[in-house]
Design a protein around this ligand. Structure first.
Ligand SMILES: Nc1nc2c(ncn2[C@@H]2O[C@H](COP(=O)(O)OP(=O)(O)O)[C@@H](O)[C@H]2O)c(=O)[nH]1
Ligand SMILES: [Mg+2]
Length: 362
């Protein structure tokens, strides 16, 4: 069997955490599964480095969305399936992405018919963001236009995973499931916690025993609602190196303060950052990964450095609702201030900042 699965879902919904949990479950139970990490921008993005730090052997597919690099995707799938004998290969798409049902599944079905078995098209959902399209119409600090993405992503799903149930009560879970079943009548719906690995076994069984439905869904791809939503988002990727002239510094605290400073500055400018990720690997092989899912939330440490550092290579990825120019300025200011606070020198060796509609990246 050579199954391929796309994992979609909004920024910060838990796609990467879910793929790592599913691969770990399958690999620990006598199977073989592999993860492709897809995002926009140059290589060396946080998800890829963090996945490797978690012990997951991944394949990075950077630059553009997988929707627009089918030949590259197929090369990687052939290697992972024919030479490395994976029975399941999964790939996420950038968290603002929609259209992979047509541009990946239907395209593979048309142009490589029969070569790959397509597993259910899977969409990971963050309950907090889902509330904005539920009857209660929760107001989060996000542009209205973004709701198009939440709806369109769900419309494509064969399998919907209500994630982060560790943060919910039983009654809340029931309420979300009821909504999802009515909104996505053609999809199977499972509640999971990717972080705590709850129900990953049930999802694995479902994926390995079901195929994609290959429905034809009109999500208005490229239309005015699509353009309005995508235009709200900017992408920012930076790699830098910080070092202290003598002694050591607390790398976990430094990175936390850097994320706080970025979040506060964005908030002052009435902007938001649906997903800000920072990653740094220390000399002892331990790493610090921080996620911030919006300026109104607390940052989360997904891992921490094990010892004080003399120097530290850092990767920052932000997916923000902010003009790219303003975002670049905020990033520079936040870095300068935090570096000063810890008496560090910083050498920035790579920065890219682009609006999501630039350069035809989506
Ligand atoms: N509480 C909780 N947090 C989660 C869960 N899954 C993911 N997260 C956190 O949500 C943040 C974003 O997750 P990530 O997998 O990077 O999202 P992605 O952008 O969709 O790939 C990280 O801080 C994760 O630790 C979950 O099941 N429960
Ligand atoms: Mg991710």
């Amino acid at each position: 069997m050579k199954k391929f699965m796309v994992v979609s879902g909004f920024l910060g919904a838990g796609k990467t955490t879910f793929m790592l949990a599913l691969a770990d479950y399958i690999n620990s139970n006598g199977g073989k599964a592999s993860v492709i990490v897809n995002d926009l921008g140059a290589k060396n993005l946080v998800d890829a480095r963090y996945s490797e730090a978690c012990g997951c052997k991944i394949t990075e597919l950077a630059g553009q969305c997988i929707c627009y690099q089918t030949e590259n995707l197929v090369d990687k799938l052939r290697r992972l399936m024919d030479y490395e004998h994976n029975e399941l290969v999964m790939s996420d798409i950038p968290g603002c992405g929609v259209g992979a049902l047509e541009h990946v599944y239907h395209k593979l079905d048309r142009e490589y018919h029969g070569e790959f078995e397509l597993a259910p098209f899977t969409v990971v959902v963050d309950p907090e963001r889902l509330r904005t399209i539920m009857p209660e119409q929760a107001v989060l600090n996000l542009p209205e236009e973004i709701k198009y993405l939440f709806r369109a992503q769900l419309q494509e799903a064969d399998l919907v995973l209500l994630n982060k149930i560790d943060l919910l009560t039983g009654a809340e879970i029931e309420g979300y499931l009821e909504f999802l079943k009515s909104f996505c009548p053609d999809a199977a719906v499972f509640p999971i916690s990717a972080k705590n690995k709850t129900n990953i076994n049930r999802v694995a069984d479902y994926i390995m025993t079901h195929d994609a439905q290959l429905r034809t869904v009109d999500i208005g791809y490229g239309g005015p609602e699509f353009v309005a939503a995508e235009q709200k988002l900017s992408w920012y990727n930076r790699q830098l190196y910080v070092k202290i002239c003598c002694g050591t510094f607390d790398g976990n605290a430094f990175l936390g303060d850097l994320v706080e400073a970025i979040g506060q500055k964005l908030k002052l400018e009435h902007c938001n950052v649906p997903h800000l990720k920072v990653f740094a690997e220390g000399a002892d092989g331990t790493s610090c990964k921080i996620s911030l899912l919006g300026v109104d939330y607390d940052l989360q440490y997904d891992s921490r450095l094990g010892q004080p550092c003399a120097d530290l290579p850092v990767i920052i990825n932000a997916r923000a609702t902010c003009q790219s120019q303003a975002l670049a300025e905020i990033m520079d200011e936040a870095l300068d201030e935090t570096v000063d606070k810890y008496n560090l020198d910083a050498i920035v060796f790579f920065t890219e900042c682009f609006g999501i509609m630039d350069e035809g990246r989506v």
